[in-house]
Write a protein that binds this ligand. Structure first.
Ligand code: NAD
Length: 454
């Protein structure tokens, strides 16, 4: 498997892809290792995960370079991601013992009743490349702390980072037969689905997620899917600061090149402030520095997967053909690398793919609305259900809109944000199940009900 740097189009490494029989051997090895890991207890496992966090921290610069080289992510955003992901470890340290402790419900009388939380066993984690630290930690760290063994399949676009996870987890003290990687693309993913894992935890696209749930359903084991989104942001006419709202909206849409599951994918703006908002947003986007992701000032790096450029062009061209106007972007950049100048489109509507299908790149459509009711109808017009956001000075007015949203997360005056305190979940085509929070650790255990007559 040849690893290409999307910013230079040069080969940076070659890895050998795992065969289905290697994957099957690993499952067996992990099965053998899991019991001793479970027996170690939560506090010892937490110590090891904490050591892993320290190793990642002390190697941040090297790891950020690896992440930027294989994904094209701007170096400062790679550092931010690596540093930001530590909050998962802090959160586990504070809460995991409490959430995994057995619960005594009836302590007197003829029959004593309690619940014990047992690990699932050996779980498969098939993951995405866009935020490999965040989405990886959400699954494999929580699974490990809960006492499971993990087979981690990084995306083929972030395999070098995946191998670093394995190296540092082992250095920290996670036994080699408790965490293993499977390197490869779709075929290796498929081989995992054909084996009998005790749970499947996936982060990626709706299309792959649907295939996974259909394939593993007969196994009758937990399946969790963290999928894409078409996340709306509504800018009300009463925002305190139109310019700042435009800056924040642009960041929500274009951070990490728009390659975020909860990126702002469509913006609705009240007609009373529409012109000023659009002007400020375009000014902000024109000011973004595009290019070498290793340059500390770069905000827009390379697109990770070259195939995505065709999808972006297709959405932009279709919208233009149907009457949208392009206010900035779309020019080819000179030289090598998969770069895409951020595009802002206005005059868009829901007959256009840009307002209906996940873009997962640096393009945004802005649509004018004349009332909160119109905004609500448009925001709800989607098969996805990851996040929705409203910017407004009025909390009650914002809440009235947010309460109508069929999404796992809602934001008031913020967007494109994940917190370990809160469940991260999608509805509809955005997925099944939750990571993070108490629910995110309970996802990796199964309750056993004890009914005991002494
Ligand atoms: P993808 O679906 O193309 O790939 C994800 C993983 O699935 C990769 O590891 C890939 O090798 C594997 N895979 C592909 N085909 C498979 C098959 N047939 N069987 C088993 N495994 C298979 O997604 P991607 O491009 O890596 O990620 C981008 C998508 O992920 C976007 O839609 C994004 O919104 C979503 N995402 C969601 C979240 C979330 O938390 N909801 C977070 C990050 C990314």
């Amino acid at each position: 498997m040849i690893i290409i740097n999307p910013a230079t189009e040069q080969e940076i490494n070659t890895l050998s892809e795992d065969t289905p029989s290697k994957v099957a051997e690993r499952l067996q090895t992990l099965r053998n290792g899991q019991k001793a890991w479970q027996a170690l207890g939560v506090s010892k496992r937490l110590e090891i995960i904490t050591r892993f966090g320290e190793l990642i921290k002390s190697n941040t610069e090297e790891l950020a370079n690896i992440l930027t080289s294989e994904t094209g992510k701007p170096i400062q955003q790679s550092r931010n991601e690596i540093n930001g992901a530590h909050n998962r470890i802090d959160h586990l340290q504070t809460n995991a013992e409490k959430w995994l402790a057995s619960e005594k419900l009836v302590e007197e009388g003829q029959t004593l009743e309690s619940i014990q939380y047992e690990p699932l066993g050996v779980v498969a984690n098939i993951s995405a490349w866009n935020f490999p630290y965040n989405v990886g930690y959400n699954v494999f760290l929580y699974a490990l702390v809960a006492g499971n063994a993990v087979l981690y399949k990084p995306s083929e676009f972030s395999s070098l980072t995946g191998l670093e996870f394995e190296k540092y987890l082992h250095q920290a003290g996670v036994p080699k037969d408790v965490f293993m990687t499977a390197i490869g693309g779709k075929e290796v993913g498929q081989a995992i689905l054909e084996l009998d894992f005790d749970g499947y935890f996936f982060t990626g696209s709706y299309a792959t997620g649907k295939h996974i749930i259909q394939t593993v359903a007969p196994k009758m084991v937990p399946v969790q899917l963290e999928l894409g989104g078409k996340d709306p942001l509504y800018i009300m006419d009463d925002v305190a600061d139109i310019k700042q709202s435009a800056i924040n909206a642009a960041e929500g849409a274009f951070y990490n090149n728009g390659q975020s599951c909860c990126a702002v994918e469509r913006i609705y703006v009240h007609e009373k402030i529409y012109d000023e908002f659009v002007e400020e947003l375009v000014k902000e986007v024109k000011g973004y520095k595009i290019g070498d992701p290793k340059n500390k000032d770069t905000f827009i790096g390379a697109i990770t997967r070259p195939q995505q450029i065709e999808i972006l062009d297709n959405q932009v061209n279709e919208a233009l053909e149907k009457g949208a106007q392009k206010l900035t972007g779309g020019n080819a950049l000179e030289g090598v690398g998969y770069f895409y100048e951020p595009v802002v489109l206005v005059g868009v509507n829901h007959d256009m793919k840009i307002m209906k299908e996940e873009s997962f790149g640096p393009i945004i459509g802005i649509q004018k609305v004349s009332s909160d009711e119109e905004a609500i109808d448009l925001m709800k017009d989607t098969a996805y259900g990851l996040t929705s956001a409203v910017f407004s000075a009025d909390e009650e007015r914002a809440k009235a809109v947010l309460s109508e949203m069929n999404t796992g997360t809602v934001y008031w005056n913020c967007c494109d944000r994940v917190s370990p305190n809160l469940p991260w979940s999608g509805r509809g085509n955005s997925g099944v199940g939750s990571t993070l929070s108490s629910q995110g650790i309970r996802a990796f255990v199964q309750p056993k009900a004890y009914q005991m007559r002494p």
